[in-house]
Design a protein around this ligand. Structure first.
Ligand code: NAD
Length: 502
């Protein structure tokens, strides 16, 4: 290990914690192609230590007052703002997305923190006086216990921030297992929680791979699991976690379609397709990967998209480029193989990112923005989630055909319609089978007071992330029926009938 290569270890009980340290993974700077860190991979025993620590902390944290919890959330927000540049730099260094995009993910994460700051108001229960003679009913929401969070590489700060602030504000404790590809942001978040005065053990981080994940999914001390990642792993997490008695929300992959109708503002649509298709090199679950051009605007729209793509600068995210590298060499090669397959399948390769000039090291994991036209719904570039800078244009003879195409897709994360026709927009939002819908908005990530989640193979479970669904997921409801008689009403004799309200 050279001097400049960091060692990243777990965070348990409010401080860095080196566990059994048996296995490690390499963390790369994708723009340089070099190893920047070695990250410890947790053993099952390491996971058990994290869960035991979080369980012990829960005994106190669950009964910490709402006003104290809110103050910690406000202080966490302040710590995030102080450390914002460090987190942004770590994300760009390990993920590769450009600095402004990394900063954008902090901004969206902060919105969830700000939502969670309102926890004293958000957790208000209900009360009904005199539902029956001298009987009152109240409902309360209580924390569930130790919550596991298993998160993907593509938003190393934002996705943990979708869950942890709300879980903690609700009185739970957390074991976070971030992606092993870009683990530093999670550790910086842990430092922010410590700076905010969160008691040790309430927020813990363990690094690693499937060994850690599978132990979390079966550990009796874990009460709830929030997962974000690819669909096959999301399905595995949901099935294993629920069969071990846990509540699970598992958000999976996506294939987001943007439909453009003939009446649409084509310049706005082309701008949106390029920014939503190639932002973060297409490594976003809400990226647009398919543009459905409704006849007869296909040629015109493709020309406008192509013209805009010519101005994109691919390169090192620290040099003011528009688009960075892919996260690993293996992922870059996988995405490249889809471009090969798309060309072989007969789609028209309008812009080929395989030879793009790059402003960065020749060892980086580069692939330029790529555009296919006349893509058939049978081609693998259409059927599979590619998760890279590859945009496919499909031609549709009518709006109805386009809508049927979106609804036939097994994924249902996000979709967008570009139109100036209000009646089409209204039909689209009503009939489309997708969880998050944008009307003239290409990346319709819901604001923090709403909840984030897809339909069909994009989400396993019943609750979406953050917002009202987040509060619901991280609490259990309890209803208390009580009688405090102020006048004695003795029964003449015991009554064995089913109790009714009088
Ligand atoms: P991934 O599924 O490979 O990994 C996600 C997490 O699961 C990581 O922490 C990883 O260590 C762990 N993991 C990987 N393989 C595992 C296995 N076999 N068993 C147990 N755990 C395993 O996903 P990724 O490549 O990190 O992220 C990209 C994927 O995430 C894309 O499919 C993207 O669409 C999806 N995603 C979805 C959303 C959403 O909101 N729906 C948001 C972001 C990313």
């Amino acid at each position: 290990m050279t001097e400049s290569v960091k060692h990243i270890t777990h965070w348990i009980g409010g401080k860095p914690w080196t566990g059994e340290a048996g296995r490690q993974g390499e963390v790369f700077d994708p723009a340089l192609g070099t190893v920047t860190a070695h990250v410890d991979f947790a053993s099952e025993a390491d996971v058990d230590t994290a869960v035991a620590t979080a369980s012990a902390a829960w005994n106190t944290w669950r009964s910490t007052t709402l006003s104290r919890r809110a103050r910690v959330l406000f202080d966490f927000r302040a710590a995030l703002l102080r450390r914002r540049d460090d987190i942004v730099a770590a994300i760009t260094c390990e993920h590769g997305k450009v600095l402004s995009d990394a900063d954008g993910e902090i901004a969206r994460g902060l919105e969830v923190v700000e939502f969670a700051c309102g926890i004293p108001a958000l957790l208000k229960g209900e009360f009904s006086e005199s539902v029956s003679t001298q009987i009152d009913v109240t409902s309360i929401r209580q924390p569930v216990g130790v919550c596991a969070m298993i998160t993907p590489f593509n938003f190393p700060a934002m996705v943990p921030l979708w869950f942890a602030p709300i879980a903690i504000a609700c009185g739970n404790t957390v074991v976070l297992k971030p992606s092993e590809k870009d683990p530093s942001a999670a550790v910086l978040l842990a430092e922010c929680w410590a700076e905010a005065g969160l008691p040790p053990g309430v927020f813990n981080v363990i690094h690693g791979d499937a060994v850690a994940v599978n132990r979390l999914l079966t550990h009796p001390g874990i009460r709830a699991v929030s997962f974000v990642g690819s669909t096959p792993v999301a399905r595995h997490v949901y099935e294993t976690g629920t069969s071990h008695g846990k509540r699970v929300q598992a958000l999976g992959g996506a294939k987001n379609h943007m439909v453009v109708t003939p009446d649409a503002d084509l310049d706005a649509a082309a701008d949106a397709a390029v920014s939503a298709g190639f932002g973060s090199a297409g490594e976003r679950c809400m990226a647009v990967s398919v543009v459905v051009a409704v006849d007869p605007i296909g040629d015109d729209l493709v020309a406008r998209i192509t013209e805009r793509m010519a101005h994109l600068r691919t390169g090192d995210g620290r040099r003011g480029c528009d688009m960075g590298p892919l996260v690993t060499a293996a992922h870059r090669d996988r995405v490249t193989s889809y471009i090969d397959a798309g060309a072989q399948a007969g789609a028209k390769l309008v812009v080929d990112g395989r030879g793009t000039d790059v402003d960065g090291s020749s060892d980086g994991f580069w692939l330029g923005p790529t555009l296919f036209d006349n893509v058939s719904p049978e081609a693998s570039i259409y059927t599979d989630e590619i998760f890279g800078p590859v945009l496919s244009v499909v031609r549709a003879p009518s709006f109805d055909h386009a809508l049927r195409l979106v609804n036939a897709n097994p994924y249902g994360n996000g979709t967008a319609l570009f139109t100036t026709d209000g009646s089409l927009a209204r039909r689209f939002q009503s009939e489309v089978e997708v969880g998050m819908v944008g009307i003239n908005v290409p990346v319709p990530v819901p604001a923090a007071a709403y909840s984030f989640g897809g339909w069909k193979s994009s989400l396993f479970g019943d609750t979406h992330a953050y917002g009202p669904d987040g509060l619901h997921f991280f609490t259990r409801s309890k209803v208390v029926t009580s009688k405090w008689p102020h006048t004695a009403t003795p029964l003449a004799r015991p009554d064995l009938n089913f109790p009714g309200n009088r």
